[in-house]
Write a protein that binds this ligand. Structure first.
Ligand SMILES: [Zn+2]
Length: 382
């Protein structure tokens, strides 16, 4: 076989394909894409021997605020790049830059800062998690920045993003909430329901208006109750909706994760980090948007109110958590970490390992599931 420069041959690994694990398998990449996957003797001398290791598709995190001491909620493009790079080293080859509630001016400045990073592929898009969310379920959002979604503010921001705003979280019960969901869906972005006080009927109306994602299911929303399933119940039962799950053992009890997986099925679940800047760095004082956050034993809380303030999770940790605590197989975990977010986001060029897809992959130690190498678009990350 003639191998041209720009090609890489990895061999000897357990490789996860859409058909399941292939043992003693190899992958040939060509430039940014996977050109061939096979089993047994590789077609040439491999560049990398991965005996005893597992290869999974790169993770796709559709909800993340930062990591490694850096935040996406910034007007400093280099800081946002550092946040993406931190998660890349943990296997996240595609990442959303999630903002938090802020003034119209601040949001515009942040969207403008992040737009070039969407264009060069550092992030897959911008997620507006607020300001059009509930006062009662504000989580770690600045309460004085929350407001009802005036249609002109929503459309103005979407126009400024010009396709780069890929997801918007809205509380549908707010005045103008349903119209805002329609406007977001019409723009081609994903409308998500979250940080919401909505009841069941309003949840149904939100899905009819185009909502397709539940922002961090169970967190910052009315709970599913036996007499009133609330918006969470309405979205959980609709087969068109995907649920985001923060699987760090802090945000959702392992049993509730199992319950969610039974209702959503593996097909409609997406694992996210919702990570903030303190992820991967020491406990201490941090900022999430304008608010002070204290991180103690890896748990981030608002310094004043004590609300959980995002996570300090990385997706490789989430993989280990669900495999070790929630009876989830590596195959199913991978689907929720890569293939499903690719589907919900419409990223047709990635999310699975098969010829023609972007060569986004990570290598894990077989027993510990620790990440040993990451490849993004055919290039190893050092
Ligand atoms: Zn968030």
């Amino acid at each position: 076989m003639v191998r041209l420069s720009g090609m890489t041959l990895l061999a000897g690994a357990r490789i996860l394909t859409p058909e399941g694990f292939l043992d003693d398998a190899w992958i040939l990449t060509d430039g940014e894409v996977i050109s061939e996957i096979g089993q047994g003797t590789p077609p040439a001398e491999p560049d990398v021997d991965l005996t005893g290791q597992i290869v999974l598709p790169g993770f796709i995190d559709q909800h993340c605020h930062g990591g490694g001491g850096a935040s996406f909620v910034t007007e400093d493009a280099d800081e946002a790049r550092r946040a993406a790079r931190f998660h890349l080293e943990h296997g996240t080859t595609s990442i959303m830059a999630s903002l938090v509630s802020g003034s119209n001016e601040a949001l515009k400045a942040q969207v403008s800062t992040l737009s070039p990073l969407v264009d060069d592929g550092t992030v897959i898009g911008v997620h507006l998690e607020g300001p059009w969310i509930s006062q009662h379920f504000c989580g770690a959002h600045a309460q004085d920045q929350l407001r009802a979604p005036a249609l002109n503010e929503v459309t103005e921001l979407l126009e400024l993003g010009d396709g780069r705003i890929r997801m918007v979280t809205i509380a549908p019960e707010l005045e103008g909430g349903i119209e805002a969901i329609e406007a977001v869906a019409d723009s081609g972005a994903l409308a998500a329901v979250g940080h919401t006080d909505a009841d069941y009927e309003t949840g149904v109306a939100a899905v009819e208006a185009g909502a397709r994602v539940i922002t961090h299911l169970f967190n910052a929303m009315r709970p599913v109750l036996h007499r009133d399933p609330n918006a969470a119940g309405a979205l959980l039962e609709d087969p068109r909706v995907f649920g985001e799950l923060i699987c760090d053992g802090v945000h959702i009890h392992p049993t509730s994760i199992k319950l969610a997986l039974r209702e959503l099925g593996v097909d409609r679940s997406c694992m996210i980090t919702d990570a903030m800047s303190a992820t991967g760095v020491a406990d201490g004082q941090y900022k999430l948007g304008e608010l002070d956050v204290t991180v103690k034993d890896g748990v981030a809380r608002l310094t004043e109110a004590g609300n959980i303030a995002g996570s300090t999770l990385t997706l490789d940790k989430a993989l280990r958590f669900v495999v070790n605590n929630c009876d989830v197989s590596i195959e199913d975990a991978s689907q929720m970490l890569s293939a499903n977010p690719a589907r919900v986001l419409g990223l047709t060029d990635r999310g699975t390992l098969e010829p023609g897809k972007r060569a986004d992959l990570l290598v894990l130690q077989n027993a510990s599931l620790d990440v040993t190498r990451v490849m993004q678009a055919g290039t190893w990350i050092d």
